[in-house]
Write a protein that binds this ligand. Sequence first.
Ligand code: FMN
Length: 339
Amino acid sequence: MMFSSAGDFEQKFPFQKEISEQIYFLLAAATRAPSTHNSQPWRFKIESDRLFVYRDTSIKFPHSDSVNRYAYISIGFLLHHIETLSSWLSMNPHITPVNKDDCVAEITFSPAIKSESTPSLVAAIFRRRNRRGNFEPKVIPQEVLGEAASAEGSPFGSPEITIATNRDVLANIAEATSINMKRVYKNPAFRREMAAWITPNNSSRKSGIPGYSLNQSMVMSWILPKIIRFINMGKVLAGLNRAAIVSAPAAFGFGAPDYPDGWVSVGFAASHAALTLVAHNFDYAVFVASIEYDDTRQSVGEIFGLHQPLEFLFVAGTLFGEASWMTPRISVDDKLMKS
Ligand SMILES: Cc1cc2nc3c(=O)[nH]c(=O)nc-3n(C[C@H](O)[C@H](O)[C@H](O)COP(=O)(O)O)c2cc1C
């Protein structure tokens, strides 16, 4: 189910129905949350007023996410979306970390009540998308950066957030991540894994990264996975990576303890940051393939001045051009665990 706006979602919301149906409907919008390779690594169980969020263990990235760091960060984004949307509808979400048998969180809700107004973060959920490319030379006001970095702590903890705006620091981040991009793309297994998650523009597949979101034409969206798989494009991609980061007015670095709760806390805070930027009409682009090796994570973390391990990185600003698309999502039905 796709919604054109928060208003469209609220108009269709089943306020008169049982709370379990309301939670189900809420998930249709909350799963607009971004995820690594658009893999949507979550599953759900709804029991009356209770929602259990699991990591979908059938989704595996042995060469680009061997410890499931990005799967948990994605789930952090999702939980933040669930909290933002359900708080808006006065559902009083109460999130309890579980971290047992792939269950990440248990959330209880009260029945939804129609809202008086739409907070800007809620509106942003329905227009947010991850874009790639070079940024216009336009600064992000300090107040917006401050607001983006001021997420309230989650039940999973509060990560360390640093924002780099200094040109030399951004150039150093761009250089270090580009070197790493060349290294990861030398690995044929990494390339094979990456290629399998690029989706042609007219595909009916509901997961994976659509070619159009990588700025690719229809023809190129079919060819690109084969090129990535069979040819080492590391140099070209490293160049694009460098140009994008160097052109960005700001880079956000997130540090946290290197375990699942730390990763979920990063996703939660990064979701707040990304939605805040979108609410102020800025774009953002995630770069994590470029920090996949531990030595690079460490050196880029040091460039950011982080004290905790660097877990996630995105750059922000105003991207050139327009985007009219939204990436597809798997239906909530297909993500429900049948018990
Ligand atoms: C944990 C995480 C890691 C990601 N890593 C990258 C990345 O390395 N490079 C990239 O271009 N996009 C990355 N993305 C963005 C996803 O590809 C994007 O969110 C997904 O395709 C869904 O698209 P949407 O955000 O436009 O809805 C990442 C997103 C998340 C949440």
